[in-house]
Design a protein around this ligand. Structure first.
Ligand SMILES: Cc1cc2nc3c(=O)[nH]c(=O)nc-3n(C[C@H](O)[C@H](O)[C@H](O)COP(=O)(O)O)c2cc1C
Length: 172
């Protein structure tokens, strides 16, 4: 599919069929994340796949934005592997995890798997429930599944600022 068409048609799916994402679809989604660029190609991402009933029950203790998902990915980065900018010590960790998440979200959409990027989770609960080590930092939760027959985008989906407000030419 043409990329702009895919970008336009993708929306945050918040109502899923009661089934897991199939192994072959999950493989494609994870592969898309694997191909994502990262700062200095350090690939500090660590992706926790949640698909057992037990994992999903634990996930529900960490966020109310689970939308009844049967398959979710928690995208983290390894703090010890990120590229660091020498001028100000800023690291690429969040950006790396975010582009990995974006690749996976768009690949999912392209094969008919709906998803919502969720930031509204309790990171301390996530660490506790999934035994996440201190150096692994959670960034984004991708809840995924096959869209329910009556799934539809929220109004937010089609609210865009004018391009002239967000694109600045030559100087601020
Ligand atoms: C960084 C980020 C964090 C988000 N966190 C949440 C969240 O916690 N809960 C939720 O329901 N949606 C969340 N979303 C989804 C956005 O609300 C949604 O992408 C936006 O409203 C545009 O709608 P659309 O994805 O349907 O086009 C998040 C999206 C992004 C990119």
């Amino acid at each position: 599919m043409d990329f702009l068409k895919l970008a336009e048609e993708r929306y945050s799916v918040r109502k899923f069929k009661d089934e897991k994402v199939s192994e072959s679809d999950l493989e494609k989604i994870l592969k898309a994340g694997h191909l994502a660029p990262t700062g200095c190609n350090n690939q500090p991402q660590r992706i926790l796949v949640m698909e057992s009933d037990e994992a999903i029950e634990k996930l529900k203790k960490c966020t109310r934005c689970h939308f009844g998902t049967r398959t979710a990915l928690l995208v983290c980065y390894n703090r010890d592997e990120v590229w660091v900018r020498k001028y100000d010590g800023k690291t690429c960790g969040v950006a790396d995890a975010s582009i990995v998440t974006t690749h996976m979200m768009l690949e999912a959409a392209s094969i008919g798997v709906g998803s919502t990027w969720v930031m509204h989770f309790d990171p301390a609960a996530m660490v506790r429930e999934f035994n996440i080590p201190e150096n692994i930092r959670p960034v984004a939760l991708l809840v995924m599944g096959y869209p329910a027959d009556d799934a539809e985008p929220l109004d937010l989906h089609s609210k865009y600022r004018d391009m002239s407000e967000v694109v600045v030419m030559n100087e601020f």
